[in-house]
Design a protein around this ligand. Structure first.
Ligand SMILES: C[S@@+](CC[C@H](N)C(=O)[O-])C[C@H]1O[C@@H](n2cnc3c(N)ncnc32)[C@H](O)[C@@H]1O
Length: 190
């Protein structure tokens, strides 16, 4: 089984499950995102072909998955939001089978080194890269959001749009000091 932790509305996990044929469980703390992801996986069925996917509410430090139940865990851009990253890595190690893989993308704020974090948590780091063009792509997303404020408000509602528009305004100056990285690591056999 593949777990996508911090799955949001499900896109990346659904894509990887389709590409690999893996059974997918998506987990997120936000119930609305989990419901959207479940709906999308059904709606995309006719386009993508059969998909064995389920989605549930849970957290990085308490996924609700059984010990050793996953061959792989992925997480796209969610770990930066977790205060206790050591506990999150320990939870990933708990749910992985021996030799299982963890692939994660996130931003590194000063003092956070994901390779060191994973090594301390019992993983062997295979690869750590700064993802290509991440800064230009992220700035383009923020510019696009600010250019379409009215559409965002109409689609999301004023309150939710205000949160993401504030992020689009305030984050760009800080981005260059927070590289976005991808780390692939394997859990040592127990
Ligand atoms: C930037 S979004 C990325 C969503 C998705 N992975 C994607 O790439 O489309 C970050 C996600 O992490 C989730 N998240 C934040 N804290 C979390 C936690 N402690 N445990 C699980 N998910 C969390 C948020 O609810 C949000 O859906």
């Amino acid at each position: 089984m593949l777990a996508d932790v911090g799955c949001g509305r499900g896109g990346p996990g659904i894509w990887v499950a389709r590409e690999t044929g893996a059974r997918l469980v998506g987990i997120d703390v936000v119930a609305g995102a989990v419901a959207d992801a479940a709906r999308r996986s059904v709606e995309l069925g006719p386009l993508l072909g059969p998909l064995d996917a389920r989605f549930r509410v849970g957290g990085f430090t308490a996924t609700g998955l059984a010990d050793g139940s996953c061959a792989a865990v992925m997480s796209v851009d969610a770990l930066w939001m977790v205060w206790d990253k050591e506990a999150a890595v320990a939870e990933v190690a708990r749910v992985l089978e021996p030799g299982g893989r963890f692939v994660v993308t996130s931003w590194e704020t000063p003092g956070v080194d994901h390779a060191a974090l994973l090594t301390a948590g019992g993983f062997t780091v295979e690869e750590k890269v700064e993802t290509p063009d991440w800064l230009d792509r992220q700035l383009a997303v923020y510019a696009g959001m600010l250019a379409h404020e009215n559409e965002l408000v109409a689609e999301m509602g004023a309150e939710a749009a205000a949160v993401v528009l504030a992020e689009a305004r305030e984050t760009p100056p800080r981005l260059p000091s927070t590289p976005r990285v991808l780390v692939a690591a394997t859990l040592a056999a127990r």
